[in-house]
Structures are given as structure tokens and as C-alpha cells.
Ligand binder design. Sequence first.
Ligand SMILES: *Cc1c(COP(=O)(O)O)cnc(C)c1O
Length: 431
Amino acid sequence: MKFYSTNHSIPPATFEEAIFQGLPADNGLFMPENIPVLPDTFYKKLPGLALPEVAFEVLSPFVDEEIEPEVLKEIVEDVFNFEIPLVQIKENEYALELFHGPTLAFKDVGARFLARCLSHFSKKRKEKLTVLVATSGDTGSAVAHGFYGVPNIDVIILYPSGKVSAFQEQQMTTLGKNIIALEVDGTFDDCQHLVKQAFLDQDLRQQKNLTSANSINIARLLPQNVYYFHGWGQLPGHEKENAVFSVPSGNYGNLSAGLIAQKMGLPIKHFLACSNANDTVPKYLTTGEYTPKPSVATLSNAMDVGAPSNFVRLLDLFDSGHSEMTQSITGYSFNDEQTKKTIRKTYMETQYVLDPHGSVGYLGMDDYLSNHDFAGVVLETAHPIKFRDTVENEIGKELIMPKHVDVHNKEKESRPMNTDFSSFRAFLLEG
Ligand SMILES: *Cc1c(COP(=O)(O)O)cnc(C)c1O
């Protein structure tokens, strides 16, 4: 399958080209040229399939001309080697727990798939690659772990100083080896902007072999379809035809992936796009006007994005039709008070522990279900322990670190960086 740019001013790319380029040269985003509808036989057997089997079936049509089936099988078995369980919260409310991977957030899925695909292709290419990634917290740790020790690939992470949790910072800055962390004196949007500038600098790109591991990379996005299928497959039979998915959103990669799953025939009735105070997309859904703005800091900091990078993918999926988009997606925005209150209330009423991102998604779902007779699935995007202080404060109970997480007390290693592109450029060239 080929991948086109949403700006349509470059020829379509192969999967390999698209994932190495990250961002197309015309500054659009890559999208699959056609979105295959999976056969009824697949949906019939789906509830009985193991997660890697679902992944194999869902991802094959996108990559099967370029990755041999045996290799894809190995890749997905390696990527999806943790559970993604659907957990019931209340009668018709479920959480799809995406946080059982190594860094306890859903971004492990995309980061691991991208790392393994790049590594697969770079074996043939025999060239050194530099992966740039801007992060508001979770992407950096997922990418760092996904690429840790992968030969021929260096990873440079840019994160906003003082704006990520201590746990997130520890996960990004203590690995060493091929993982370099830059502590940027600015916001997440500044980090994202530096990365974008680097990609648009043709001279720099000639000298350094740069690619991106942000959710703009199509190899991050595609495997995120998989858990929509897997979550849907775990719903009780009578709920399957009536499911809405609530997606706590920042850069809107997760929501784009869900919409692609729906286009592949997954019968999801409706999507809820839930944001914190950074409400650019919910505002667009209600008013039809898109006004990106600087991000504001919230408790659900992985969603502190004022100019969401995947918005162009949303537009592309709906041929820029605002009313078509609003038929499929309802937007919500909630503040930190509501987020905290919902963590407390949900725990008291159901014993289910939400993290701040899941709480934002839960708020939207609970509101929507109060006047729609559907079953709701909220994507629980991070383990509550990643936001330990906030969550423990609300539930009045200590959280337990999952056994597989390595909480070593290694030294933090990061390099300070300002928001001026010339310093970043110089750093890249000297490295
Ligand atoms: C990144 C992230 C989000 C936002 O996902 P997008 O795909 O950028 O919309 C939500 N929750 C958590 C915990 C995240 O890390």
C-alpha cells in the first residue's frame, strides 16, 4: 500500500519511505491510500483471537507488500506482548486499559511498532538514523523504551523543563546508551516546533538522517487501530452493536486511529473526543472554527496541546466536512476540578481507579451515556500510578507499582536546550 501526503504535493510514498521520512516534504501528514474493509469472517472470529493475532490481521493490509508475513508476525508478537484488557466499571461502562506496557501508557504500542519497523528496514539500509521526538511526557518515555538498545538508531527526546512528572522524567533521562534527553526551556509546543523546523530544514536533513517518532509518524498511528478491534471483541455480545468509544485526546492520534478502525468496518457507533482545558478541537466541533492556541498546563498533562498535530488527519478522514465530522464525533472539554472530582467519585462508587486522562474521557462518556442508550468504552491511556500524587490524594489510598516496572534510581542525564532553533540545529550537527 502507498501513503499520500494530506497536502497532496508529493508523490505517494511506500510504507518504508513514509516511516523514515516521518513528515512528508510538503509539510502534510501521511495517510494510507486506501483503508481496507475487513471481511465479515474476520469480525466473526475476532472475539476468539489473541491480541497479536488481531494485530496481524489488522496491520497486514497496510504493510504486506513490504514486510513478509513471518516478519510481521514476529514484530506484532513482540510489540503486543502485554495485555489490553477491557474492564467493566459499571453496568454499561467499560475501560479499555492500554497501560500495561513497559512505560504504563498507550504510547508503548505505537512506539514499539515504529521502533521494530525502522529497525527491520534499517538492517537492509546499513545507515545510521536519528529519531527526533518532542514530548509532553508520555511519548518520550515510550519512545525511549521502544528504541532502547536498537542498533543504528539514536533517539533525541525534547521535553519541556519542569512540565513533566518526576516519574516521566526519570523514564526518559536515565536509560543512556542511544537515548539522549534534551530539557527544553519552554512548553511542549516549543519542543514540537523545534522538531518541525528541523524536518523542514532540507540542508540539515541532507546531513543528518532524521526521522520522527511523534504520532505524526504513520507507524505510530496504524497499530493503535488494533486495540479498538481488540476492545470491541471483548464487549458482551449485546453491547457490540451499540458501542461508543471515548478518547482522552491531545494530539488526536488515538482518535484518528479509532476512526480508521471504524472505516475498516468496525461497527463503532460514535466517538467522544475528550480534552482538558486545551479545547481547540471540541471548539471546532461546536463552532466550525479552528483556532489553535498556546497550550495551558493541566493535571492531564499528556493532553496539554493547543495546536494538535493530527487535526489535519481528522479533516482528511472527513474530506474536510465539518458536519460529517460532528455526526461521528462529539467533543468535550473538562477542567482540573472536574477531573479530580471524577477520580474520587468513580473510586467511591465503583472502586475503579482512573488516572487524570482516563478521568477526562470518563466524564465525556458518562455525560453522553446519560442521554444515549449505548455501551461506553473509555480508553484508559495511562496507569494511575504515573500521576500518583493527584490520584492518591483523591482516592485516599496508596497505589502499588506494577511488578514489571523498573524503578531503578539511576542518575538523571539531560542536556539543557533553549527554544532557539539555531542552538538545536548546532547540537544536531555536532552530535
Ligand atoms: C499522549 C496521551 C494522550 C493523548 O493522545 P493523542 O493521541 O495525542 O490524542 C492521552 N493520554 C495519555 C496518557 C497520553 O500519554
